[in-house]
Design a protein around this ligand. Structure first.
Ligand SMILES: Nc1nc2c(ncn2[C@@H]2O[C@H](COP(=O)(O)OP(=O)(O)OP(=O)(O)O)[C@@H](O)[C@H]2O)c(=O)[nH]1
Ligand SMILES: [Mg+2]
Ligand SMILES: [Zn+2]
Length: 318
């Protein structure tokens, strides 16, 4: 049998047999372990499987009502982050059509640095990303926030301004995810789980208040899980909720490769006077620095580029 991984820790996974979604309550959902404890092809990761993964499995004859995962079906793509505690890449979602990078104008404060890091990972994974600016009901029309959002649109990332609280923009949000598998990504407290609740009447995923002293979330969601969003007829969606991430550490590329994974930088790769050996900080004839001066690259994005690049070049990092 093949099935879809709905959620999982590092060793127990909920698997739903294919086709069970949208076909009535319950479906065939099974708590599964990995047969023989190790799954081929997932070595080196913090966790072996993510929601969205497809696996082959069989009922566990020795334990009624549970199953054994036999193998992993080939992945179309993989959304990961580098887990600094575990010093290994952690799987957040697999086989997704879209990353929904969630941010807020306030509460918690707008964090373009986080966006830049997450967008890089989206490019590495080859998954299109849309920026969802939630809590727009709280927006104070801060010109700095608006200017940054407009710049993301300029470089090719769609931005959707929504409010899970008032419902503003939620129809467009629903349209965006319809017939897709999307993964939410963002810092704690930006309203990832609330956005799913806004799409599904009566759904009550646990959400957490913002810590007022530190103006950030309390890491309410602790494990990724896949949620079926019912639609009209066939037009449903799958959304993968993920735990809030404090600091996103891109991985899977070297510091020198970063330039290819930031959209407005990529066309300039190799064009500096010193070619690919340019560090883009002091060299004369640096096309990246010229592009910053010309406004083709936003200063903030340049700052993000330098920071991420330095981090990737550190021998201790990945
Ligand atoms: N004003 C306002 N509050 C919102 C909105 N969306 C979510 N919230 C509130 O923000 C807080 C955090 O929401 P969550 O949905 O738990 O955030 P999360 O991103 O899932 O957080 P983690 O699970 O910790 O990663 C809750 O108190 C929500 O009620 C919104 O659009 N407007
Ligand atoms: Mg949550
Ligand atoms: Zn340069």
């Amino acid at each position: 049998m093949t099935g879809l991984v709905i959620r999982g820790s590092r060793n127990i996974f909920t698997v739903r047999s294919e086709g069970a979604f949208f076909e009535g309550e319950g479906g065939a959902e099974l708590e599964c372990r990995i047969k023989g404890k190790v799954l081929k092809g997932v070595e080196g990761f913090y966790n072996p499987l993510a929601p969205g993964d497809r696996v082959s499995f069989e009922p566990d004859a020795a334990h009624d009502g549970t199953g054994l995962i036999l193998g992993l079906e080939p992945r179309r793509n993989l959304l990961t982050r580098f887990n600094q505690k575990g010093q290994s890449p952690q799987l957040l979602a697999a086989n997704v059509d879209l990353i929904l990078c969630v941010t807020t104008p306030v509460s918690p404060p707008f964090r373009p640095r986080f966006l830049d890091r997450a967008l890089v990972q989206g490019e590495i994974a080859g998954i299109p990303t849309v920026i969802i600016c939630n809590k727009y009901d709280l927006s104070e029309d801060d010109p700095d926030v608006e200017e940054r959002l407009e710049d993301y649109i300029r470089i090719g990332y769609p931005v959707l301004r929504v409010s899970a609280k008032t419902g503003e923009g939620i129809d467009q949000f629903r349209e965006l995810v319809t017939n897709r598998i999307a993964a939410l990504l963002g810092q704690s407290g930006v309203g990832k789980s609330s956005l799913i609740n806004a799409l599904v009447p009566g759904r009550n995923i646990r959400v957490g208040a913002i810590n007022e002293k530190y103006d950030r979330g309390n890491h309410t969601t602790t494990m990724s899980f896949l949620e079926a969003i019912p639609g009209v007829g066939e037009a449903g969606a799958y959304i993968i909720d993920t735990p809030g991430i404090r600091r996103f550490v891109p991985h899977g590329i070297t510091g020198n490769e970063l330039i290819h994974y930031m959209r407005e930088f990529a066309p300039l790769a190799g064009t500096c006077t010193y070619g690919h050996s340019c560090s883009h900080v002091t060299e004369p004839g640096c096309k990246i620095m010229e592009a910053v001066t010309a406004g083709v690259i936003h200063e903030d994005r340049y700052e993000s580029f330098l920071r991420i690049r330095a981090e990737l070049l550190e021998p201790s990092g990945e």
